[in-house]
Design a protein around this ligand. Structure first.
Ligand SMILES: [Zn+2]
Length: 382
């Protein structure tokens, strides 16, 4: 999972966040626009014009990326895959899905929505660019602005349509293969191999173009660095997403009741905090315990909850007064799939869930237990 950055705003029920790496790329884009792109195309602009134009254009460029990502998410939410958060990071955005794509058709629609939005934007900016151009509009920076945004959205749409997973084009390809073969794993394998080939291809292309421009044509042009970085990133993602799919498919038949801990300690609400510290926290390797009253779970008590109670009150304060009431989102059914469990843990940012069957606490499932299970399953080849 990505490290969180800052939260920007919420739109269509989707939280938009900025990853820290994004600031770096934002500044790089401004620099390349104001010192290279605009000065080359419009030598008559002065430095101030170039900088202002660079900043405004960069803001619209990143808004375009956000619109592209939002289109994926809105279609996902409309077709039943809930996306609650998008993080904009170094190469665009990552949507935090709370469940994986459900059907091939659903994935197809979700994947195609982003490039479609980029083409619409390109068309929209292109109309303005053309309109100003043919009417011989005298404020040239505005024409430059519309021209660049139309072009970059076109490139964004086309680049994302390249058929390598996990680019949108790769997802479209996977969904088509998945639709016809009904085999998501081998479809992912083919699409991600293409993603790796594409990634290495871009690295090779970038290296050759740098070599040619620097050594053969004696130019100081390093624009070949872009495909190298993007290509390297793509092949890495492609490899990772296939491994993820392997884990996902090996977990497809595993239920919560297979991996949960059936033996666990529970706390009576009348226990004093002092007793709880001495006989539970100091004895067992847990930082949190479920609290049960008449066999019904009423809450949890953690080291954090106890720490905030002053030391001299721990002898008299009972667990009842310090516990956190149980929330529906902390509970999972023992018959649930572990993949859903992991998504649910991600959603509430917790490393464990309480397993309840017929209103009774029957187990606790920890994130580590699931990874241990996957590892053992792989080791024993079962
Ligand atoms: Zn996309």
């Amino acid at each position: 999972m990505l490290k969180r950055g800052i939260k920007l705003f919420k739109i269509f029920g989707i939280e938009v966040g900025l990853n820290w790496s994004w600031f770096l790329i934002f500044i790089l884009v401004i620099i390349s626009l104001s010192t290279e792109y605009f000065p080359t195309l419009y030598p008559q602009f002065n430095t101030i014009t170039n900088i202002i134009l660079g900043v405004i254009t960069a803001i619209f460029f990143f808004t375009s990326i956000l619109i592209h990502e939002l289109s994926h998410s809105v279609v996902a939410n409309m077709t039943g895959v809930s996306i609650k958060r998008i993080d904009l990071f170094i190469f665009g955005g990552v949507a935090q899905m709370s469940s994986p794509p459900k059907t091939a058709v659903q994935e197809f629609l979700m994947a195609i929505a982003g490039p479609f939005a980029s083409f619409i934007l390109s068309f929209f900016f292109g109309i303005f660019w053309l309109g100003f151009k043919v009417t011989d509009f005298s404020i040239l920076p505005i024409i430059a602005f519309f021209g660049y945004l139309s072009l970059i959205n076109m490139i964004l749409g086309l680049f994302n349509l390249l058929p390598g997973f996990p680019l949108d084009g790769g997802r479209i390809l996977r969904s088509i293969l998945w639709y016809f073969t009904d085999d998501i794993l081998s479809s992912t394998r083919i699409a991600s191999i293409l993603g790796q080939i594409l990634g290495y291809g871009m690295v090779t292309f970038g290296s050759i173009s740098i070599f040619l421009s620097v050594f053969i044509y004696q130019l100081r042009n390093f624009s070949g660095l872009w495909p190298i970085v993007l290509g390297w990133f793509l092949q890495n993602l492609a490899k990772g997403s296939y491994q993820q799919e392997v884990i996902r498919s090996s977990l497809a038949t595993v239920l919560v009741k297979d991996v949960m801990r059936k033996q666990f300690q529970t706390i009576d609400p009348d226990t004093t905090l002092d007793n709880l510290i001495r006989n539970w926290f100091m004895v067992y390797d847990y930082r949190i315990f479920p609290v049960l009253e008449n066999e019904k779970i009423i809450g949890t008590i953690s080291t954090e909850d106890v720490k905030i109670i002053p030391k001299d009150r721990r002898l008299t304060t009972k667990v009842m007064e310090a516990l956190k009431p149980i929330k529906e989102s902390q509970i999972i059914n023992s018959e649930s799939n572990v993949i859903d469990t992991l998504y649910k843990m991600n959603e509430i940012q917790s490393n464990y869930l309480l397993v309840v069957a017929q209103d009774k606490l029957v187990g606790i499932v920890h994130r580590n237990d699931i990874s241990r299970y996957v590892k053992l399953k792989r080791d024993f080849k079962i």
